[in-house]
Design a protein around this ligand. Structure first.
Ligand code: MLT
Length: 326
C-alpha cells in the first residue's frame, strides 16, 4: 500500500477544497493584483495599466496595478514569487527577467524557477535621449561629448537589472568610456529629472519617450533598433549615428508565482490574449512606438521558451562585462 504522510494528506485535502472553484471556472471572484516592479509613470507601468484595464473587462474583476519599485525590478519580482500561487497576484516584468538571473548572484527568490509564465505582451524599442541644453545635437556630437566629459555626465537608470541599465552598459561599452550613473526606482521619476535638467542622459523605452521626443521637451539622439521607429521617423538609428551594433529592445511578459494552478493560468492567458487584441490597446501601443505581440507568441509555452533563450543570450555578455549587482 502506498504511504501518504501527514503533509501529503493535507495537500490532498487542500487540492480537494480548491478544485471545485477551478472546475466551475469561477476564477477570479475578486480583485487581481498586478505588480509592476518599477515606479508609476514609467514604461512598464504604462504597458501594465493598458493591459490591466483590458484584462479587467474580460475577467469581470478589476485588475489593480501595484508599483513595487526598487533594486532594478527585483523587489517587485520577489513579492510575486513569494505570493500565494492562486492567480490573484501576477507580475508584469520586462527583459530584466532575462538579465537578473545572471546580474544578481544572491536573491531572496528563485529568478528562473519561481514563476509560471502567462504570456508575452510586447517588444518595445529603446531610445537614447538627453536633456535639452546638452552641447550636442546629433549622435556623433553626443559620442564626442561623452568620450570627452566621461564621468562628468550623469546617466539616469532604473537600477541594476533595468532595461535602462542594460542599454547604458551597452552604450558605454560602445563608446569605450564611463559616465556617472544615477539610479531611480523607475524611469518615470528619472524622466522628471531629465526634463528638469538635473541629469544629462538616459536610454528608455518608446512607451516613455515618444511623446517627449516629439514635443521637443527632451532631445532624441538615437533609436537602438536596426530600423527607424514608425512613431519617430525623424530619429536616426544608432547605426546611422555611427554606433553600429548598439541595439537593444525590451520585451514584457506576464507571470504568476510558481505552482499557480493550470486552469487559472489558462484563464489569465485568455484574458491577456483578449487584451492584446483590444482595439484601444493596439492604438495606444502604436502611438507609443510599440505593438502587442502576435497571439501565437502570447502562449505560456512560447513565453517560457523566449524567456529562457534570452537568459542564455545575455548570460555570456554580462559575464564578459563582469558587471554584477553584488
Ligand atoms: C527600465 O529602465 O527598466 C524601465 O524603464 C523601468 C520602468 O518601467 O520604469
Amino acid at each position: 500500500m502506498t504511504r501518504i504522510g501527514k503533509r501529503g494528506l493535507l495537500g490532498l485535502a487542500g487540492a480537494a477544497l480548491a478544485a471545485p472553484a477551478f472546475a466551475q471556472g469561477t476564477f477570479p471572484t475578486r480583485t487581481v493584483n498586478m505588480i509592476v516592479p518599477f515606479a508609476a509613470g514609467g514604461p512598464t507601468d504604462t504597458v501594465a495599466r493598458l493591459i490591466a484595464q483590458a484584462m479587467s473587462t474580460s475577467l469581470g474583476q478589476t485588475v489593480v496595478v501595484e508599483n513595487v519599485g526598487g533594486a532594478g525590478g527585483t523587489l517587485g519580482a520577489q513579492r510575486c514569487a513569494q505570493a500565494r500561487p492562486d492567480g490573484y497576484t501576477i507580475l508584469m516584468h520586462h527583459i530584466g527577467m532575462a538579465t537578473i538571473p545572471t546580474l544578481y548572484r544572491r536573491l531572496a527568490y528563485d529568478p528562473i524557477n519561481g514563476f509560471e509564465t502567462i504570456g508575452l505582451v510586447t517588444e518595445v524599442p529603446m531610445t537614447l535621449i538627453g536633456r535639452n541644453g546638452l552641447p550636442a545635437q546629433t549622435m556623433t556630437e553626443l559620442a564626442a561629448l561623452v568620450r570627452r566629459e566621461g564621468e562628468k555626465l550623469n546617466y539616469a537608470n532604473a537600477g541594476i537589472g533595468a532595461a535602462s541599465h542594460l542599454c547604458g552598459l551597452l552604450l558605454q561599452q560602445a563608446l569605450g568610456t564611463k559616465m556617472t550613473t544615477v539610479p531611480y526606482r523607475g524611469t518615470g521619476p528619472a524622466m522628471n529629472d531629465l526634463l528638469a535638467g538635473t541629469v544629462d542622459l538616459m536610454c528608455d523605452q518608446t512607451t516613455n519617450t515618444t511623446e517627449q521626443i516629439k514635443s521637443g521637451s527632451v532631445r532624441g539622439f538615437a533609436a537602438t533598433t536596426p530600423e527607424r521607429i514608425a512613431a519617430l521617423p525623424d530619429l536616426p538609428t544608432a547605426a546611422q549615428g555611427g554606433l553600429p551594433g548598439f541595439e537593444v529592445s525590451v520585451w514584457h511578459g506576464l507571470y504568476a508565482p510558481k505552482g499557480t494552478p493550470a486552469p487559472v493560468i489558462t484563464r489569465l492567458n485568455q484574458a491577456l490574449v483578449t487584451a492584446l487584441q483590444d482595439a484601444n490597446v493596439g492604438t495606444r501601443f502604436a502611438a507609443l512606438g510599440t505593438a502587442p505581440v502576435p497571439v501565437a507568441r502570447a502562449t505560456p509555452d512560447a513565453h517560457r521558451a523566449f524567456w529562457q533563450a534570452d537568459i542564455a543570450k545575455w548570460r555570456p555578455l554580462i559575464q564578459a562585462a563582469g558587471q554584477y549587482a553584488d
